[in-house]
Design a protein around this ligand. Structure first.
Ligand SMILES: NC(=O)c1ccc[n+]([C@@H]2O[C@H](COP(=O)([O-])OP(=O)(O)OC[C@H]3O[C@@H](n4cnc5c(N)ncnc54)[C@H](OP(=O)(O)O)[C@@H]3O)[C@@H](O)[C@H]2O)c1
Length: 276
């Protein structure tokens, strides 16, 4: 990294997020978990917010809390991003806004054998975790490049770095996001746009209940949100939390086949009810 690039990164990291990524941030998955925690931290930094998820009442309640508490403007948008028209609806609803930051946190997973799972729900997972992320990264990416600054934040997972028995489809969707983000980071950097991929380990959110998993030693979403936003200026990949970072380093030392087997045994302990 050149001295100029380092100075630029430091000045972005030290300025309030609003100065570099304002005036508007779009947060998907804002009705719960990590997305909601990120929305709260962005609001405290003075960014106006477009809050996206399916559960309208939760978005409206959060919007009312944040606009009263932080004096920002909030637009809650109830959109099912797994539907083919979902991402386009979001892109057209935000056309007139000066969006400087997209946080694409909407996503879900499942635990258990792929062949035992409901097919439609597994395909909806691909639609939400991959198709919607690609459409939004493309649409907002074009706007940020035209503006000459801004950032995309995508959510992969600690499961994204190898195949994972008992979460095979979910891990595959997150491998897609990880790879998309890594490639885009280099494509968009010359235009002044940062791409950050966050790859959390277990986090206490609505995720585990929807995935039928029981998580041990999980982090709080506020902690993940804080570490993710702290890594925004430098981009690349962040593994929030000491334990996930340690696990990530250890996993990298193993051959891929051994990693797959190890992650399969870890997953077997998380599936709820337990695998026979
Ligand atoms: N929690 C973990 O252990 C963990 C670990 C690694 C990675 N991640 C990733 O982190 C991201 C955030 O997950 P989380 O833990 O915060 O999960 P969460 O608490 O279950 O929140 C998921 C969010 O996505 C929204 N969502 C789900 N389906 C949607 C749809 N079809 N259209 C629009 N929005 C939808 C949900 O809102 P509605 O239900 O209101 O639509 C909710 O706001 C996800 O991409 C997840 O894969 C989570």
């Amino acid at each position: 990294m050149t001295l100029f690039a380092l100075a630029e990164e430091l000045s972005i990291a030290m300025a309030p997020l609003h100065d570099h990524y304002g005036a508007w941030a779009v947060v998907t998955g804002a009705s719960d978990g990590i997305g909601r925690a990120i929305a709260r931290q962005l609001a405290a930094d003075g960014l106006n917010l477009v809050l996206v998820a399916r559960r309208r009442e939760r978005l409206e309640a959060l919007g009312a809390e944040l606009s009263a508490g932080c004096g920002i403007e909030v637009r809650p948008l109830s959109i099912d991003l797994a539907l083919p028209e979902g991402p386009e609806r979001l892109l057209s609803a935000t056309e007139e806004l000066e969006v400087g930051l997209l946080v694409a946190a909407a996503g879900f997973g499942s635990a258990g054998r792929f062949l035992d799972a409901d097919r439609e729900s597994q395909l909806a997972m691909v639609d939400l975790n991959c198709r919607a992320v690609a459409a939004l990264a493309h649409g907002f990416g074009q706007r940020l490049v035209a503006r000459g600054r801004g950032a995309l934040v995508l959510f992969s997972s600690l499961l994204a770095f190898q195949g994972v028995p008992l979460a095979a489809n979910y891990a595959a969707t997150k491998a897609y996001v990880q790879s998309l983000g890594e490639g885009l980071r280099h494509e968009l950097a010359p235009a002044g746009v940062t791409v950050l991929v966050a790859a959390p380990g277990p986090v206490h959110t609505g995720f585990a209940a929807r995935a039928a998993m029981r998580l041990n030693r999980a982090q709080q979403p506020e902690e993940v949100a804080r570490e993710t936003l702290a890594a925004l200026a430098r981009g690349g990949t962040v593994l929030p939390g000491v334990l996930p970072r340690l696990l990530g380093c250890l996993l990298r030392l193993l051959p891929r086949r051994a990693r797959v087997r190890l992650m399969g045994s870890v997953m077997a302990g998380l599936v709820w009810p337990r695998e026979p």
